[in-house]
Design a protein around this ligand. Structure first.
Ligand code: ZN
Length: 207
């Protein structure tokens, strides 16, 4: 360990520092110059090609889609001949004010808290790489694993909206449709997933 600017720098071992190539699928180590894993057949590279540029591109696209996803109506309810749209937050407030705390909370977590958290983490990981903050790399790796795990649940909100639509229509109360925000929301979720796929966490540990 050595001290730079009063910060203790850890000496990380990475596949680059050891002159090896790591398979990201099965975690087998290979000699430099190999480009196919002998154990699982996956394509291998020391670092994902143009990882940072692609991650930036997809995370910015996801951020841009998240804005209309929150400002435009997620549902359009037609009752007595008039259309009324409601955004995600209006939906959350509606359910909370009708003491439907569970549903309100699920929609808030799935469609506001989780997407914002995931995007913040991706920006944070990119900053760790750009500012060469290697002492933050372990924290970054943990956050990277967390957003990978919750990635599977990102479409939960779309299912909740679809469920509400079918329930209301089944009861014949009103005509209810998904609004323009639903498409933007799907795009934001998909671009966030691609952004995390493109990010190579090993970059945080490199010099
Ligand atoms: Zn492999």
């Amino acid at each position: 360990m050595r001290k730079i600017y009063g910060i203790t720098m850890m000496k990380w071992k990475t596949d680059i520092s050891e002159g090896r190539v790591l398979c990201l699928s099965c975690e087998e180590l290979h000699s430099l110059g190999d480009n196919e894993c002998q154990r699982c057949g996956a394509e291998i590279y020391q670092r994902k090609p143009s990882s940072i540029a692609q991650t930036w591109g997809y995370v910015i696209a996801a951020t841009l889609f998240l804005i209309p996803a929150n400002l435009m109506p997620m549902m359009v309810v037609t009752s007595l001949g008039s259309d009324e749209g409601s955004t995600i937050m209006e939906g959350v407030i509606y359910f909370l004010s009708h003491k439907d705390y569970g549903l309100g909370l699920i929609i808030f977590i799935a469609s506001v808290a989780v997407p914002v958290f995931k995007l913040s983490v991706v920006y944070y990981l990119l900053l760790i790489v750009h500012l060469k903050q290697r002492e933050k790399a372990l924290l970054g790796l943990k956050l990277f694993h967390i957003i990978h795990i919750i990635g599977k649940w990102s479409m939960l909100d779309i299912f909740v909206v679809a469920l509400m639509v079918s329930m209301v229509q089944f009861q014949g109360l009103a005509t209810i449709q998904t609004g323009a925000a639903a498409i933007s929301f799907c795009a934001a979720v998909i671009f966030t997933i691609i952004a995390t796929e493109k990010f190579d966490p090993r970059l945080m540990f490199d010099n």
